[in-house]
Design a protein around this ligand. Structure first.
Ligand code: F6R
Length: 606
């Protein structure tokens, strides 16, 4: 959460920082600010609200200088206001800094510093850090920062400017992401790569405990006071991939990229003739010894994991538990050397998932991360990593990365089935054939998207929705409801349709649409019974079913058709209308679907 960008080089820092902040706005957008060091002074401009407010404030007034830092905020301590916007300073205005994360002991430090005469001008936890540095600035900025870091508990990504050393940025990381962009005669420090990708594709990811000193010529990193070397990685994403490319929203662009993301994720990972799946950094011998699997994730990634449970159990006979990261973190899960732990995360930076794994990892026989962002914390933390190759996702709601997670998890289920001897090569071949069809079938759904836009128009005023599915399509009902909540601010719940009579049927009336994911297959008739039960009570049905199902229009007010495929593979298609329905309802309600209120792309605080 929150986006940080720092720049030092020969160009105007403000320009590079505003550019970077535009790319980072998906991480938080309730206030923004910038500080630039020049001629022994630091100039700071801040504004509540979206970045455009800061840009307006900067217009006309130049903010010269070639070293600076900028921030787009997702509030934790203190409401979104000019005063609480970062950067923050000490009493002298010579130390200026930005912080992502939470300083847990800020209150006690603040009270202590107040007694020493420090004056605070914001409600944030961050401001205490500037004052802590001020206390020890006579030691020199680097030592003062190191000393201040020893005083704080919690999580942080910090960037610090000191007016007496204007070409230098000091950065520190503990728990929140920070990545350096290594350029020619200029360097960047940011929360995420797209903020500097136009200028350099060389990235150095900081680790927890790292402190970096960044000038235009040089970057040095220490950890615990000792020099450390961190690898510089080539980033394969292009800056163009992170642009809107003519679409009105990133979300729609990213939904339209799903066929490509899916293809990019599966290609190169199977040998169709031999009926074999191959993952680059996975130890198959370790997988062969596994008797239980625990998948840990949050939000949409949790829903992808939930779908995988049905498949992996069916294809391999290995028991799978799916856990919400924030819950397992404080529970006492049974994990042993026969257990495979899997993290599913788009960003690879979700704090609950990371923290859950810190406790569990050593107890497990083997651990794998399924992650989109190359070099992210989770990708480096576990025994093996499978990248989802979806490319950068900027829209706050996960769409194409969800489809790519499913792609990996389907491959993984087939792979596990083969390793455990439950699936034969011919079964895997059939699975691969289905997966290969998926991108083309998603394209067909996307071609027809205007029909979904029309349905969205009909229901945009409804205040509550219920989503139902059974078996492997149940997680898609959960995901459909989540997408609608996030993007349209409509209350929605996802249910296993068999649970309907255990409670939600009491909600049936003519005001709550019921979305059924009901392709034909082994539980289809059960779903039709549920639909009939709702119809008998004057409820409204929106059904997602397969194209060759001719009877659904008898039961449902609106039917969204998806192409026919083997029944296990329907979630890969049903997910798309769920996303489009939420997207169009959100847009028709005038909501900024790329930046829905209160959300941030990457949840890096608890
Ligand atoms: C929903 C959404 C969130 C994320 C969740 C986990 O559209 O984006 O629910 O899925 O915050 O994030 P990652 O996958 O980055 O761990």
């Amino acid at each position: 959460m929150c986006g940080i960008i720092g720049y030092t080089g020969n160009n105007e820092a403000a320009e590079r920082i505003i550019y970077g902040l535009k790319k980072l706005e998906y991480r938080g957008y309730d206030s923004a600010g910038i500080a630039v060091a020049d001629s022994g002074k630091i100039k700071r401009v801040r504004s509540a609200g979206k970045l455009e407010n800061l840009v307006k404030k900067l217009k006309g007034g130049s903010i010269p200088g070639t070293t600076g830092i900028g921030h787009t905020r997702w509030a934790t301590h203190g409401k979104p206001s000019d005063e609480n916007a970062h950067p923050h300073t000490d009493c002298t205005g010579m130390i200026t800094l930005i912080h992502n994360g939470i300083i847990e002991n800020y209150y006690e430090i603040r009270e202590e510093l107040k007694k020493k005469g420090h004056k605070f001008s914001s409600e944030t936890d961050t401001e205490v850090f500037a004052h802590l540095i001020e206390e020890k600035i006579s030691m020199g900025i680097e030592k003062a920062v190191a000393d201040a870091l020893k005083r704080i508990r919690g999580m942080y990504a910090m960037v610090i400017l000191y007016s007496k050393e204007p070409g230098k940025i000091i950065a520190a990381r503990q728990g929140s992401p920070l990545v350096l962009g290594i350029g020619k005669g200029e360097n960047y420090i940011a929360s995420d790569v797209p903020s500097f990708l136009k200028f350099t594709d060389k990235a150095l990811f900081l680790e927890d405990g790292d402190v970096a000193v960044v000038t235009k010529e040089k970057v040095s990193v220490t950890n615990g006071g000792k020099n450390v070397q961190r690898a510089v990685r080539d980033i394969k994403w292009t800056a163009k991939q992170a642009e809107k490319a003519g679409y009105p929203h990133f979300m729609l662009k990213e939904i339209n990229e799903e066929p490509q993301s899916f293809e990019d994720t599966i290609l190169g990972r199977f040998d169709e003739l031999k009926g074999r799946i191959e993952f680059e950094s996975v130890d198959d011998k370790k997988l062969a010894k596994i008797e239980r699997i625990k998948i840990v994730a949050c939000g949409t990634s949790y829903h992808a994991a939930y779908a995988a449970k049905y498949l992996v159990e069916k294809y391999s006979g290995v028991s799978v538990e799916v856990e919400v990261a924030s819950e397992i973190r404080y529970a006492n899960p049974v994990v042993d050397k026969k257990t495979l732990l899997v993290a599913v995360s788009q960003s690879g930076e979700t704090i609950d998932t990371i923290e859950a794994f810190k406790n569990l990892k050593t107890k497990a026989g083997y651990s794998l991360a399924i992650v989109n962002v190359v070099g992210s914390t989770l990708s480096r933390m576990l025994d093996g990593v499978i990248y989802t190759h979806a490319g950068p996702e900027i829209g706050v709601a996960a769409t194409k990365t969800f489809i790519s997670q499913l792609a990996v998890l389907y491959l993984f289920a087939l792979h596990m089935g083969k390793i455990k001897g439950v699936l034969k090569a011919k079964d895997v071949r059939r699975g691969i054939r289905n997966l290969r069809k998926v991108p083309g079938l998603i394209r067909l759904i996307l071609k027809d998207r205007e029909k979904i836009a029309k349905i969205a128009g009909k229901y945009k005023k409804n205040r509550d929705f219920l989503y139902y599915g059974r078996n492997i399509n149940y997680p898609m009902a959960l995901e459909g409801a989540l997408k609608l909540k996030e993007i349209s601010y409509i209350h929605a719940e996802g249910y296993a349709a068999g649970e309907m009579k255990h409670g939600p049927i009491a909600l049936v009336d003519d005001k709550v649409p019921n979305v059924f994911i009901a392709p034909q297959g082994k539980v289809y008739e059960k779903l039709i019974s549920n639909i009939q039960e709702i119809k008998a009570r004057s409820g409204t049905i929106i059904a997602v079913t397969n194209k060759s199902n001719k009877e659904m229009k008898k039961f449902a007010e609106d039917v969204i058709y998806i192409p026919d495929i083997d029944e296990d593979y329907y979630p890969l298609l049903a997910a798309i209308p769920m996303q489009l329905l939420a997207y169009y309802i959100g847009v028709k309600k005038g909501i900024d679907v790329d930046k829905p209120r209160n959300l941030a792309k990457s949840v890096t605080v608890e």
